[in-house]
Design a protein around this ligand. Structure first.
Ligand code: ZN
Length: 418
């Protein structure tokens, strides 16, 4: 064989073996998100396809693998936010290109360890980002629902739903709420048409709701994800039974209520180092603006949502005690709801509400994955995506330790800090 060709083949084969090099993360304490206890001295091997090829205590490390020791560190699955938004409401129109905006939003989530976001209410550009970019270059993975459906007639409801499905969404978002008597609430026959159209196309429905009685009716219609807390009354037996018999999930979004009143005074979290780790100067400035503060301080709905939060806190504990699935959700990404940081505050609030750290963390991992019908993430198991968070301290012992993020990996690639 020609010497040049041999040399070329050697070069090519060395490239191939470099590309195929696996990575082994060793000596870590791993909580795999399945509900099993923390395992010490464990290893995760990530293949060149970004998926976990082996995990556990007695794992042999492939010869060519790059070895990264994580001695003394805790590994948990990347968090899944079952209710966020990747849209442009957060910035002034024209501030940034909408695609750039969505990219920076997905990066912000990822840096905070939120490696998948279920976006409930967005524009169609997100579908392109989802298909071509999300999950790479330090961006969180994303699911899209298109815009929220609120229609006046059954015909319009079916038409709108069909049109949204045609764009390639993962689920349908419906809105059943009068916003404390201030907005239009869609008629029930139209809501039924949304559910029927989604079901006929094999898609599930996530609902923006507020009232207990509305929520029961939605569950009867087949709503799969209750995308907010029940905030007017205490969750009763009939509601819990409906959730169970319909296999529904509950995404409390406690931080959504918090965001409606907390800015009436300067909130303490703006001074939190963990908040400032990935600064969002324009938005921080905006919530500190006099106009914004005055609007919050004088808002009647803010006062009512503060009361609603108390009810929501009671209900999340009742639903957790009933062993029903709770999926982490925040409604972040909309104005005054900071992507990434709010997910941590939501976890801390769930524990304050009476859930164990483990229950809160399950809601952010395998339970959220099950609720979203994702079988390739949410727990650290061979064959699944190597989406995980490395912590310096143990969040299972103290949920506040979620702020001790050392690094985040998506498909085995380290998420860049900048
Ligand atoms: Zn929302």
């Amino acid at each position: 064989m020609n010497k040049k060709i041999v040399l070329l083949l050697l070069v090519i084969s060395s490239f191939i073996s470099a590309a195929q090099a696996e990575t082994a993360f060793t000596d870590a304490m791993i909580w795999d998100g399945s509900g099993a206890p923390l395992v010490e001295n464990a290893t995760i091997v990530v293949g060149n396809d970004g998926r976990i090829s082996a995990i556990g205590q007695n794992v042999s490390i492939p010869q060519n693998a790059e070895v990264i020791s994580l001695a003394g560190k805790y590994i948990l699955p990347g968090f899944i936010n079952a209710h966020g938004h990747i849209n442009s409401f957060w910035d002034e129109p024209g501030d940034e290109d909408i695609y750039d905006y969505m990219r920076s939003s997905l990066k912000r989530y990822a840096r905070y360890g939120v490696t998948t976001v279920n976006s409930l209410g967005d524009t169609s550009e997100l579908i392109e980002i989802r298909d071509n970019e999300a999950g790479t270059e330090g961006m969180a993975r994303v699911l899209a629902s298109g815009p929220r459906v609120v229609a006046r007639t059954t015909e319009l409801a079916a038409e709108d739903t069909q049109m949204i499905i045609a764009t390639g969404v993962d689920s349908i978002k419906i809105g059943i709420d009068d916003a404390l008597g201030m907005e239009y609430k869609m008629p029930w026959d139209a809501a039924q048409a949304v559910h029927d159209t989604a079901e006929a196309n094999g898609l599930s429905v996530a609902a923006h709701m507020f009232y207990l009685e509305d929520t029961k009716r939605l569950l009867e219609m087949g709503t799969h994800i209750l995308a907010h807390s029940v905030r007017d009354e205490t969750a009763d037996g009939k509601f819990l039974n409906l959730m169970r018999s319909r296999n529904a999930c509950y995404s409390p979004t406690l931080m959504r209520e918090v965001s409606t009143f907390i800015y009436a005074e300067e909130p303490a979290f703006l001074e939190d180092e963990f908040f400032q780790r990935y600064p969002h100067p324009g938005q921080t400035q905006r919530v500190l603006g006099e106009d914004f503060i005055n609007r919050m301080a004088n808002s009647r709905s803010a006062a009512l949502y503060k009361i609603a939060l108390e009810q929501a806190i009671k209900n999340v504990k009742i639903i957790s005690d009933a062993n029903l699935p709770i999926a982490l959700g925040t409604d972040s990404g909309i104005q005054a709801r900071f992507p990434g940081y709010f997910e941590h505050m939501e976890l801390w609030m769930m524990v304050d509400a009476g859930l164990t750290p483990s229950d809160a963390l399950l809601s952010a991992t395998s339970v959220a994955a099950n609720c979203l019908d994702l079988d390739d993430r949410g727990s650290l198991v061979a064959g699944r995506w190597a989406d995980f968070i490395v912590f310096d301290e143990n969040p299972l012992e103290d949920i506040q330790a979620t702020r001790s993020i050392e690094s985040v990996y998506i498909a085995g690639e380290k998420v860049s800090e900048n």
